[in-house]
Design a protein. Sequence first.
Length: 321
Amino acid sequence: MPNKFQQPSQAMLEAADFICKGGIGGIPTETVYGLAANALNPSAVRKIFEAKGRPFIDPLIVHVCDMDMAESIAYFDADAKKLADKFWPGPLTMILKRRECISDIVTAGLDTVAVRMPAHPITSQLIRTTKLPLAAPSANPFGYVSPTTAAHVREQLGGKIDFVLDGGECKCGVESTIVMMTSSPKKLLRPGPIPPDAIEKALGEAIDRSPKKNEAHPEAPGMLKSHYAPKSRLILFDDPAEIPPDFEGEIIYQKRPDSPKKRDYWLSENGGQEECAHNLFKLIRALDKNSKFGFYCQRASNSGIGLAINDRLSRAETKLK
Ligand code: TXA
Ligand code: MG
């Protein structure tokens, strides 16, 4: 992977050219792959919604490579600067008051914009090369599980987009933590790799960890009850005793069972939460391709990135009820 000082590769230069000309393409981040367009070009941004089948009421995150670019699209107060200082580049998205250059199509007409500085060298280099902020949702058809490899992006969107930059498997495997900075108290809109404790510690104040969800006007439509879902039936469990003995589908455990059976799968060898998050969407996607009877998946413990794992699992489950 290129570092800060390496020359851009041919693939990078082609991708940059597509972005500058109003094209769209897959980009790697440390969380999941994004589907990017020039955030300052409304007709390019429109193509993202069309490729994903995403409703225009669902605003996008804008990705930047440095603080100058971040401050050119949104207003940062002292708290926002504190979090940027502590967690960027990294898997934190802040909802901030937007500046004029960001159009309604990006923000769904809201007066706020979601801003994030991703920590993946390829995408940082793409943003530096184009000198453009990139609007990018996760690169999956709307409502489906997010992609964590370039192959996932090609499989589902390959025919509809101009390029995919391959940056390997995404390190975190679940989408960024989203914090609304413009409300009082500040709100956790989506749990992610950075746990709420770390945010509160950095801010020196409590945030609302489970803001009331308004299904008609959700503050983050990704927070809709049913989202991030596979096609197959998915049922959650805590204790394996909850699974009917005659169940013939696949079972996903958080850690390797002592004596695994034929259709048993696990997200980690020993229950390490980061490893579980890293593998979650990849495994669900793989099983979803051929599952006949659907699958059971064990909940994570409710702390750290386990909060994000359980959040995504419960949305995936709800869809089928
Ligand atoms: O890790 C991530 O955040 C990935 C990578 C590609 O950066 N992106 C991602 O984007 O997950 P997306 O579009 O799948 O989810 C962004 C969420 C959506 O639920 C959207 O509704 C919410 O952020 N959002 C965006 N702008 C917002 C705003 N101004 N106010 C409230 N929510 C907003
Ligand atoms: Mg998404």
